[in-house]
Design a protein around this ligand. Sequence first.
Ligand SMILES: CC(C)(COP(=O)(O)OP(=O)(O)OC[C@H]1O[C@@H](n2cnc3c(N)ncnc32)[C@H](O)[C@@H]1OP(=O)(O)O)[C@@H](O)C(=O)NCCC(=O)NCCS
Length: 195
Amino acid sequence: MISDSPVPAVVPPGRMARNPQPVLGLPRGFELRPWRPDDADALLAAGQDPAIRRWNLLHVDSTEAARRRIERMHRRRQAEESAIWAIARTGGEAIGLIGWGDLDLRGGSAEIVYWVLPPARGNGVMVEAVRRLSQWALDDLGLHRLRLCHSVANPASCRVAVKAGYSLEGTMRSALLHADGWHDQHLHALVQGDI
Ligand SMILES: CC(C)(COP(=O)(O)OP(=O)(O)OC[C@H]1O[C@@H](n2cnc3c(N)ncnc32)[C@H](O)[C@@H]1OP(=O)(O)O)[C@@H](O)C(=O)NCCC(=O)NCCS
């Protein structure tokens, strides 16, 4: 803890953890809500999907491992290290994941992560989810700068970024090690005042 910094924390510690994780409504009958233990099968299905394994580096190979991951999501949110939501039909099962990793409340930044299960792809729900969660992070949590990074070989994720309002700032060379080697990544960002 830096107590004598001349720069105050952008978001004071505790602001996220002391409030319950909100449910955020989306258009067309979807919502973002906390992951529940009974979502373990959706997380296991994600762990079997080649695109999610490839691009999100997700490895979940049993229901028990999925349950442990869901518990860890809640522990990490309480520690203000990350904040992860399920994308679901209102009152229904999880069809995707979205949230903030690399969360730096003091510095006011975070990186968005997401995936949607194959049957739910192709209808624009992720663009709506990214817009809604970004609005929450800027307006309600009070972050200043949101990052969205994806491999240059993942054009669908690039379209989601641009359609959700994240400007392309450049290409980070050899930024992430995937199963087939190092990938360059696009860096997109959304900053307070952009929307
Ligand atoms: C990336 C992902 C979240 C996008 O969700 P989606 O439901 O497939 O997205 P949509 O179908 O709404 O498409 C979004 C845009 O991408 C475009 N798109 C989709 N697949 C594409 C592809 N293979 N190549 C180029 N563009 C593509 C769509 O045409 C659409 O653009 P448009 O509205 O201008 O036509 C989803 O495909 C996914 O979970 N993929 C696997 C994991 C992943 O890539 N995670 C992100 C890691 S950074």
